[in-house]
Design a binder for this molecule. Structure first.
Ligand code: FES
Length: 134
């Protein structure tokens, strides 16, 4: 399941124009993002979730990336300033997420613009789901 929510206005995003890296800290895996290579087709185009899934990193995404859950919660540890701003719909869903922090994002809504490398952490309560490939 994947896509975007037709009932909410898509937030404004700036797509990357050059190659950059996303480091998934607790998986010890770094993905080089090629702006010419499409993502998985889940969540906003070129969102962290879209890129992760396209590279075999299965972050939990119960609603399929349509801002209707908070299972794709991540912490952006580095490069948050280069990520798209959170829309109201994302903030509403993040309010329901456990362990909310100032650098919390929904990975299906977080679109880095590629101006710097970023580092993300998947919360511990979601790590088992990643490891087991749910
Ligand atoms: S997958 Fe449900 S909000 Fe991101």
């Amino acid at each position: 399941m994947g896509g975007t929510n037709p009932y909410i206005k898509a937030p404004k995003t700036k797509l990357p124009e050059k190659t950059y890296k996303i480091k998934f800290l607790n998986l010890n895996k770094t993905v080089e993002v090629d702006p010419k290579k499409p993502g998985h087709g889940t969540g906003l185009p070129m969102s962290v979730l879209d890129i992760a899934l396209a590279n075999g990193i299965d972050i939990d995404h119960a609603c399929g990336g349509v801002v209707a859950c908070s299972t794709c919660h991540i912490y952006v540890k580095k490069g948050l300033g280069s990520c798209s701003e959170s829309a109201e719909s994302e903030l509403d869903m993040l309010d329901l997420a456990p362990d909310l922090k100032t650098n919390s994002r929904l990975s299906c809504q977080c679109v880095p613009n590629g101006e710097e490398d970023i580092e993300v952490e998947i919360p511990s309560w979601n790590r088992n789901a990643v490891r087991e490939g749910h």
